[in-house]
Ligand binder design. Sequence first.
Ligand code: T5A
Length: 216
Amino acid sequence: MSQTHSGRFITFEGGEGVGKSTNIEFAAHWLREQGQTVLITREPGGTVIAETIRNQLLKAHHAEVMDDMTELLLVFAARAQHLNAVIRPALARGEWVLCDRFTDSTIAYQGYGRGLPLAHIEQLKQLVQGNLEPDCTFLLEAPLALGMARARGRADAAGDEIDRFETEQIAFFERVQQGFQQLASASTRFRRIDASQALAGVQHDIECTLKELLAS
Ligand code: T5A
């Protein structure tokens, strides 16, 4: 691992409703049972300022259309705050930081989904996070229809409104999914998890990787 921190930085990625939030809770519980100190956080968000930015990013109805570049810069503005106020300090304390989405989501959604140049995203990434990369990224993969049905079911049960990204057409989510696939095939930090299986199977696969990480 190339980082100078003593903690572990683990991210959970994937499309809508694939089970990131559910499985991050599982991973945190499992790691705490092994005696580890764990911080769960999310992007966009994770601090008061970054959560304010999240609200603007996810709000389905604005008085004007949000420009794609504005969206990209807001994502990285939230990330700068989150990294410096929460993630880096926790890693320096030696904690396990489990983050629900990170820069891979930016590449998948703003790069592949919106079509913004990947080179611009790379420049912002370098500016905001320098050489900090997750030690491991769980990519939860499920057919789009299944993930969306699960997300909708959970949102309906909670009485949540549809967010700005969820109003996109299926072609957008197909591009996002291709983006995640490209990223995962280009780096060994990814662990691809079949999220279409029953939850017990998903969590078994995650636990196997956590055991490896704990031992390494
Ligand atoms: N975004 C984010 C960008 O565009 N760029 C960026 O850089 C970043 C960081 C917010 C949005 O922001 C965008 C992407 C997103 O559109 P979000 O809040 O993480 O991101 O929103 P979602 O991806 O929509 O997250 P969800 O909360 O909807 O989905 P999860 O967390 O993946 O799924 P989860 O755990 O809530 O599970 C959904 C339901 O399925 C069930 C769960 O119990 C739950 O009810 N479930 C299963 N059921 C059966 N079998 C299984 N294996 C199951 N796994 C989960």
